[in-house]
Design a protein around this ligand. Structure first.
Ligand code: ZN
Length: 234
């Protein structure tokens, strides 16, 4: 993902790239905020923004369901690029590179956690799409993408969704660590006393990178899901 400094930097760049447009935009905002008629326009403007975002979410979700991961990324990027301040600190949405997100999405839709073996195909598809939406929209909360009508109240679908996304991100991260020449890694638990036995017993253990357990720990039974991370040990 292309990064270009902080929001003020981005704002300055925008102003430099398009001084007239920015001046116009902010002059318009000031004017709109000052008159009753203007307020109505502000409401319309905000409403249009909400609608545009909903459309972008719908379109990206449809793309994900159709296996078009690059397209899903592009829908999000072009929506973020239309906002004066797109999501994320210093992400330049005009020059967004989707390769990393696409790699994560492919894994979200291909990895199968052992703990998900008994999920039916509907449930699998649901958590895959929810995990993928979390990734491209940058949220930690999958709740809005999960079907409340789903059976089996024993399962916390939000936790399972996060675990799936965690696995995909972790797999890409590990490839990046390996590519950068890291040989040994250390598992670091959350340090919380309520962590499950699996996570606790692996805390601070060192491994050659090829032999480290794939996170999240398959046998993890932490209530909030596995929160262990892999760090370079050197
Ligand atoms: Zn655990």
């Amino acid at each position: 993902m292309a990064r270009s400094g902080t929001k003020p930097v981005l704002a300055r760049r925008l102003a430099e790239a398009d001084p007239e447009g920015m001046t116009h935009l902010f002059r318009g905002m000031t004017y709109l905020a000052c008159t009753p008629g203007g307020l109505e326009l502000v409401d319309q403007f905000l409403e249009a923004g909400v609608k545009a975002e909903q459309e972008a979410r719908d379109r990206s979700m449809a793309a994900l369901r159709g296996g078009q991961y690059g397209e899903a990324c592009r829908v999000v990027a072009s929506f973020e690029a239309t906002r004066v301040f797109g999501r994320g600190l210093g992400i330049d949405w005009h020059n967004y590179e989707s390769a990393r997100d696409e790699a994560i999405l492919r894994l979200v839709f291909s990895e199968r956690l052992a703990r998900h073996t008994n999920f039916d195909e509907n449930a699998i598809k649901m958590i895959q799409v929810a995990a993928a939406m979390m990734q491209i929209w940058g949220t930690n909360d999958p709740q809005t993408y999960l079907d409340r009508g789903l059976k089996d109240d024993e399962i916390d679908w939000a936790v399972e969704t996060r675990m799936l996304l965690f696995r995909a991100i972790e797999t890409v991260r590990r490839q990046e660590l390996e590519a950068s020449g890291i040989q040994r890694v250390e598992v670091l638990g959350s340090g919380n006393q309520t962590d499950c036995q699996v996570c606790k017993s692996d805390n601070k253990k060192e491994y050659p990178i090829g032999q480290a357990p794939l996170l999240p720990h398959e046998g993890c039974s932490c209530q909030a899901g596995c929160r262990c991370i892999l760090l370079a040990a050197e």
